[in-house]
Design a protein. Structure first.
Length: 471
């Protein structure tokens, strides 16, 4: 207590002595008095008086006072806010080589709010003041080197300054550095360092940062796998409107990953992402409406969202839309439209659509009948190991229907479909193997045909062609 009183007495005495010399015109004493008024040392706080003494010293060329005066003008402390005056005093101090003023001036040129934006001057002043090791200064320099603003692009320099700022706890720098280590485009990918920096900057609550952290927890990248943590960060990011987070969160709610299954919440986040234009979410939402999952069944809504995704070029939705038009589900039946969307998906090598397009050419549905085109699309689908196309081609080759008979080739196609567990192919192979009158002398490499012994091949239902499922 006694020491505190002595300190206060000393500060009061010091203030009085400095003020005497300040009033005689000594600029260093004017600076000292201004600082004491501003920080309540040896006297009561008086920001107007602080401004008055800073101005006296500044007008005598004191660079520190000019900078302090610039700050007071910039922030409206002890005087009215005046950004032009702030710039004027910063420039005076900067031209004397005072680093703090150079930094402030660099920021003004960088932001372009007070004066016309000038990246060349911003870089010049920020680089001059880099020895201050101010985190915000270092970050700005890193940004300018990264984008080539006011200087040549230099990613190594950008990384160097970003790392210095990050080590001072500059959260945006930590975030940027984490992204760089995560992506591995500028520096070598390092998930451990990426996680370290992204976690440090998590308090920014930046949606992309939170999404990246969720991804790392989900897959165990740079940290132990933790689905609950992944869910936690995804939810925070999704609630900021982050599209990818909404899509992934819907999937986690749908499948009970990192949280309890909740079809209603899955629907909610899927709808949010779909309404931001995410084609995959629109396709998923169509499925949910079609099957009444998390919402009431609504074929018309299913059609609406399926069409939105299809019109973005999403081949799965184009395939589904073709089905909806062909069956008149949620819309009027329209075979021409069904053919149109089936063809769009087929042109993207969507395996099922290639097969369905072949069928439409064979049957003349929505287009003129063309057997050659039908076979052509079956072949394209078969080359992608689509089981329905393999089965159809296999039967055609085996029986010589519409194509040159080739028993071996027919069995080979059927065999490929069987090994995918495709039931119609298993049935066909079963019929062939049990037909003693066949001319076949080929032993197929079939791994699943033994299952045929468990089937009742007299049951007519198993011979019914597989129906294409709704969305």
């Amino acid at each position: 207590m006694a020491n505190q009183k002595l300190k206060e007495a000393n500060n009061k005495f010091a203030f009085e002595e400095f003020k005497k010399d300040a009033d005689r015109g000594h600029r260093r004493c004017q600076l000292q008095v201004a600082m004491m008024y501003e920080n309540c040392i040896g006297t009561e706080m008086n920001l107007k008086k602080a401004f008055e003494y800073y101005e006296k010293a500044a007008n005598q060329g004191c660079a520190i006072s000019q900078t302090c005066l610039g700050e007071m003008y910039e922030n409206g402390i002890g005087t009215e806010k005046n950004l032009k005056k702030a710039f004027e005093y910063y420039e005076k101090a900067a031209n004397q080589g005072y680093a703090n003023a150079q930094f402030r001036l660099g920021i003004l040129y960088y932001d372009g709010e007070v004066i016309e934006q000038n990246y060349i001057k911003a870089f010049m002043y920020l680089e001059k003041s880099a020895n201050l090791e101010d985190a915000d200064n270092l970050f700005k320099l890193a940004d300018m080197y990264f984008h080539g603003l006011g200087t040549e692009k230099n990613l190594d320099k950008a990384f160097e300054y970003l790392e210095k700022a990050a080590h001072q706890g500059h959260t945006i720098s930590q975030f940027r550095l984490g992204i760089m280590y995560y992506d591995g485009e500028i520096i070598e990918k390092n998930f451990i360092k990426a996680f370290e920096y992204l976690e440090k900057s998590a308090n920014l609550e930046d949606a992309d940062n939170l999404f990246k952290l969720a991804d790392m927890y989900f897959h165990g990248l740079g940290t132990e796998k933790n689905l609950e943590k992944a869910f936690e960060y995804l939810e925070k990011s999704a609630n900021q409107g982050h599209l990818d987070s909404q899509f992934k969160l819907a999937d986690m709610y749908s499948n009970g990953i990192g949280t309890k299954k909740n079809p209603e919440k899955a629907f909610k986040y899927c709808e949010k992402a779909a309404n931001q234009g995410c084609a995959q979410s629109q396709d998923k939402l169509a499925y949910l409406y079609s099957n009444g999952i998390g919402t009431e069944k609504n074929p018309e809504k299913a059609f609406e969202y399926c069409e939105k995704a299809a019109n973005q070029g999403y081949s799965k939705s184009q395939d589904n839309l073709a089905y909806l038009y062909s069956t008149g589900t949620g819309t009027e039946k329209n075979l021409k439209k069904a053919f149109e969307y089936c063809e769009k998906a087929a042109n993207q090598n969507h395996p099922k659509s290639l097969t369905e397009l072949g069928i439409m050419y064979f049957n003349g549905e929505g287009t003129a009948r063309n057997l050659q085109k039908g076979i052509e699309y079956y072949q394209k689908a078969a080359n992608l190991r689509e089981p329905k196309a393999l089965t159809k081609l296999g039967i055609m080759y085996f029986n010589g229907n519409g194509i040159a008979k080739n028993v071996e080739k027919g069995i080979e196609y059927l065999d490929n479909a069987v090994n995918q567990g495709y039931m119609p192919a298993i049935i066909e192979i079963g019929k062939i193997m049990q037909n003693k009158g066949t001319e076949i002398n080929y032993v197929p490499k079939i791994t699943l045909v033994k299952r045929q012994n468990d089937l009742d091949i007299t049951d007519s239902s198993v011979f019914s062609p597989a129906k294409k499922q709704a969305i």
